[in-house]
Each structure stands twice: as structure tokens, then as C-alpha cells.
Design a protein around this ligand. Structure first.
Ligand code: NOJ
Ligand code: CA
Length: 525
């Protein structure tokens, strides 16, 4: 179970490094930057989808699961990436998108041609529902996660097809054996090519209610994120039968040596529902993301509560996964820290020292922030739809900042990147040799994590603190975070400061208590 000791690093392929000067990041670009990841000390890279796609949802609308998008390179480039990563002890994890395909996928193109297509039942089709007034409409009340009805009418057949995301992303019908078999083959295709695991897109959603029943209204006390849709996703997500599918994937993954990892995007904020995806026995996901951090402020009490709910409900065979940023949300150096370096270091210290597998997002290591967008620069359909209330996801997807030179070390000088650069002030070159930088802190935290087995394996035990402070023990190590504007003292901490957000304090020995300034964090052992 290599993933339990690992730190994962998510790459948004179009935004990491452009090798051929077309303004789009690509696989050879990633290969050329593997030395950075090895130097940083992460263990595996997860690539957001790399497959051919018309990019209605920037790769999350897959047109061919066994190919590489020409913008990103070729299958041969991918093989080189895996070989070069392996040579540096880095594993490669891909993104699997089993809930839906692109509408340009050959299966859907065939399915929409006729109701007799052998691929028709690869998708979810239903006749219109006639209401009391005799008016025809969508088969049920389900709404898309991106807003609007989850059904689009196909005029030719008179039937609707289901899409829990964009109309260009028709949902697959996981009640069909052909779909199940096809995905077994897709998994094996990539595992055989040296892929170490998959992050699985909306994996709690793939199976829908066979009877397509209406969703009930959302309860008033539900989380705001659930209230957004105005309905509880009772029948279009988290169905009991989804676990059969996950067990099946796990069977495929376990057929390999070493076993391949399945990291699920189980976007359920109710942790008791989320943890079921580890299986009743150890036969489902290897890891499931915790998204509570994405919805909580940098506040000691609420972060601690989120962690302790997970610690209290995850089964003994489960293992948590923590993340502060990804390609769908505001980056944590902006969301939590508003650009403040001390807060950013506190957040990194937390993510890298909890019990579980941390997943960093490219740029987290330099405290990369969100980029501001004007409407005409937006390329995410979600942002285009909800601007200016919500700029969507482009602000967290802009090119990696390697240097402050023209092109930011991402692409050639004068080349227009596919998304605009944000601030170049925080960049890898400038931070690499600065002992006080976020990058140096992140690298040192990763090194301490490698060195102290307790930081990986030992249980999480909270320590008593005053308000605004969160502290916990991991075996011989203790982590103290003062997430308040006041000075704080935490008792019961003995040893030497091994890593501190105020770097000058490292080496200080403690006689039973630690005094911390505002937004200061330390690791003691
Ligand atoms: C979750 C992904 O993280 C997001 O980027 C995507 O738009 C949806 N799933 C649909 O695939
Ligand atoms: Ca390129």
C-alpha cells in the first residue's frame, strides 16, 4: 500500500510546462520538470485527464480513453514520462472519468444515431414525462451539477439523455455490462503501461437509480453546497449499487503487483456516507478525498472538527487523503491565507503532518495564488455561466510559475499561454535558494515526513489547547498550529523544534510548553 506513505502531487497538464511553444502545457513539458518534483520530495504525480477531448470541460469530457490529446503529446511521450518518472522513484497516476464521456466519443456518436445502436444502452435514455397539463418535459427533476436540467432532448429519437454535468458530457449507463467490461479494459490498458493508480472522477455518482425517481427537496439544514442544487442527490448519486462497481475496479487493481491505487473523488460532505467507499472490508477504494477543507475557513476549531469526524468514522482498514487545493476550487494560499506566507506555511504544515495521504496541487509548494480574470478571458464553461458572481475554475488553473522571466519558464518568451499568467512574484527560481521561502519550507516538511516514520504511520491524538490553536501528537512527534491573531502557549510539548514556520526557531528545545506567535506553526519531536 505504497500510497499510505506517499505524498501525491496533482498536475493540470495544460498548465504545468509547455515544451513546444504553443502556449499549452504538455507531457514532454512534465517530463522535463520531473527533476523539480524529485527535488521537492513528492512520491507520485496525478495528471488530470490527458485523453483526446473536445475540451467542453477541459479534458473531463473524454473522447477516447486509450489515447493522448494531441495538444499534450502522444502515447510514446506518455511512455517516456512514465519511464523517466520511474527512474526518479516517482509514480504516475491518471484520472479516470467513468461517469460520463464526451458527446464526441465514438460510443455516443453511435448511440445517438439510432435506438437500435449496440451502444444505445451505454447511455441513460428516457422518454419525456407528460405532466398533468399534458405538457412533455424531462423524465425527472434531476439537475446538473453545473446548473440547469440534467436531461437534454434528442430530437431525432424523441428521447432525453442524462448528463449530470454539461450536455456535452452524457452520463454512461453503469447498469450495462458492456460499459463495465469496457472500463476493465481501460484500467488494464493503463496499468499495463506502468500507471500506478487512478484518481476517479465523481466516483460516487456513476450508478443512478434504475427507476430514475425524482430527487426530494433539500432539507433546510443541509450544507450550502447541497442547497445550491435545490434538491438532495438521493437518486442520481451515492446509490447502494455503486459499491459493486468500485469492488470490481478494486479487483482489477489488486491483480497487479504492487497493487494499484484507487483514489476516489467522493464528493459527499457527509463523512459517514463518504467513508462507506472504503468498503465494509478492504475491498473498495484505497483512498477517498476529504473535501471538508475546501469548504472550511483556516480556523482551528472547524478544521479540527473536520479532521476528527473523519478520524472517528473511517474504518480501521481505511486511510484518509487530505487536500487544500485542486483544479475546481480557489487555491488555499488565496482562500485560506489571502496571500500571507505565514498562513500558507501553517496550511502546508497541517496538510503534510495529519494522518493520511496529502495531495498537493501544482503551485501549492510556492504558495501560488488564484489569478484574476476578466469575463472575456474565461475558458471554463462554469465560470462563463456564473460570472461575475462566480468566475468558475479558471483562476486556479493558470500556468505554473517557474520564474519571473517572460513566459514564466512555462513557455517561450512572447508566447500567449492558453490561460493568462497570474502574478510572477512567487516563482520556483526565486524561492529555491531562499531559506525563508514557502518552497523551502514545503521541501523541508516533505523531508521531515520521510525521516520521521511517526508522521506517516502514527495515530492522530489531539492535544489540549486554548481557542484558535490546534495541536496534535503523532507518536513521538507533535504539531502545534496557532491559527489566531494572539500569542498562545501550549503545554505538554517536549522535545526539539524540528520544523517551524518561523525558521529561526528550529533547534529550540522545549521544556514542556511551547509559546507561539500569531499564525505560527511548529513540529516538535
Ligand atoms: C469533477 C472534476 O474535478 C471537475 O473538474 C469536472 O468538471 C467534473 N468532475 C465533471 O467531470
Ligand atoms: Ca505545448
Amino acid at each position: 500500500m505504497w500510497w499510505r506513505d506517499a505524498v501525491l502531487y496533482q498536475i493540470y497538464p495544460r498548465s504545468f510546462a509547455d515544451s513546444n511553444g504553443d502556449g499549452i502545457g504538455d507531457l514532454p513539458g512534465i517530463t522535463a520538470r520531473l527533476d523539480h518534483l524529485q527535488w521537492l520530495g513528492v512520491d507520485a504525480l496525478w495528471l488530470s485527464p490527458i485523453h483526446p477531448s473536445p475540451n467542453a470541460d477541459w479534458g473531463y469530457d473524454v473522447a477516447d480513453y486509450q489515447g493522448v490529446h494531441p495538444d499534450l503529446g502522444t502515447l510514446a511521450d506518455f511512455d517516456v514520462l512514465v519511464a523517466e518518472a520511474t527512474a526518479r522513484n516517482l509514480r504516475v497516476v491518471l484520472d479516470l472519468v467513468p461517469n460520463h464521456t464526451s458527446d464526441q466519443h465514438a460510443w455516443f456518436q453511435d448511440a445517438i444515431k439510432s435506438t437500435d445502436s449496440p451502444y444505445r444502452d451505454y447511455y441513460v435514455w428516457a422518454d419525456p414525462k407528460i405532466d398533468d397539463a399534458g405538457v412533455a418535459g424531462p423524465p425527472n427533476n434531476w439537475v446538473s451539477s453545473f446548473g440547469g436540467p440534467a436531461w437534454t432532448l434528442d430530437d431525432a429519437s424523441g428521447q432525453y439523455y442524462l448528463h449530470n454535468f454539461l450536455p456535452e458530457q452524457p452520463d454512461l449507463n453503469w447498469w450495462t455490462d458492456g460499459v463495465r467490461d469496457a472500463f476493465d479494459d481501460i484500467l488494464r490498458f493503463w496499468f499495463d503501461r506502468g500507471v500506478s493508480g487512478f484518481r476517479i472522477d465523481v466516483c460516487h455518482m456513476v450508478v443512478k437509480d434504475k427507476e430514475l425517481r425524482d430527487n426530494p427537496p433539500v432539507p433546510d439544514d443541509a450544507h450550502w453546497y447541497e442547497r445550491l442544487r435545490g434538491q438532495s442527490q438521493v437518486y442520481n448519486a451515492d446509490r447502494p449499487e455503486v459499491h459493486d462497481v468500485i469492488r470490481r475496479w478494486r479487483g482489477v487493481a489488486d491483480g497487479y503487483d504492487p497493487a494499484r491505487m484507487l483514489l476516489g473523488e467522493v464528493y459527499l460532505l457527509d463523512i459517514n456516507r463518504m467513508v462507506r467507499f472504503y468498503g465494509e472490508r478492504d475491498d473498495e477504494l484505497s483512498l477517498a478525498f476529504n473535501f471538508n477543507f475546501l469548504h472550511n475557513p483556516l480556523d482551528a476549531a472547524s478544521l479540527r472538527e473536520g479532521v476528527e469526524i473523519v478520524e472517528g468514522s473511517i474504518p480501521p482498514h481505511g486511510w484518509p487523503a487530505w487536500t487544500g487545493s485542486n483544479h475546481d476550487v480557489s487555491r488555499f494560499p488565496t482562500r485560506w491565507a489571502e496571500g500571507d506566507a505565514a498562513k500558507t506555511k501553517c496550511a502546508l504544515l497541517m496538510l503534510l503532518t495529519l494522518r493520511g495521504t496529502p495531495v498537493l496541487y501544482y503551485g501549492d509548494e510556492i504558495g501560488m495564488e488564484d489569478t484574476e480574470f476578466r469575463k472575456e478571458q474565461l475558458r471554463d464553461p462554469v465560470g462563463q455561466r456564473f460570472f461575475p458572481v462566480y468566475a468558475g475554475r479558471d483562476p486556479c488553473r493558470t500556468p505554473m510559475v517557474w520564474s519571473d522571466a517572460a513566459g514564466a519558464g512555462f513557455t517561450g518568451a512572447g508566447v500567449e499561454p492558453w490561460l493568462p499568467f497570474g502574478s510572477l512574484a512567487r516563482n520556483v527560481d526565486a524561492q529555491r535558494d531562499d531559506p525563508d521561502s514557502i518552497l523551502t519550507f514545503c521541501r523541508d516538511a516533505l523531508a521531515v515526513r520521510k525521516e520521521l516514520g511517526d508522521l506517516r504511520g502514527a495515530p492522530y491524538e489531539p492535544l489540549e489547547t486554548g481557542d484558535g490553536v490546534w495541536a496534535w501528537r503523532r507518536g513521538q512527534a507533535a504539531v502545534v498550529l496557532n491559527l489566531s491573531d494572539n500569542d498562545a502557549v501550549v503545554d505538554g510539548v517536549v522535545g526539539t523544534i524540528r520544523l517551524a514556520t518561523v525558521r529561526g526557531r528550529e533547534g529550540e528545545s522545549l521544556q514542556g510548553a511551547i509559546r507561539m506567535g500569531p499564525f505560527e506553526g511548529a513540529l516538535v519531536s
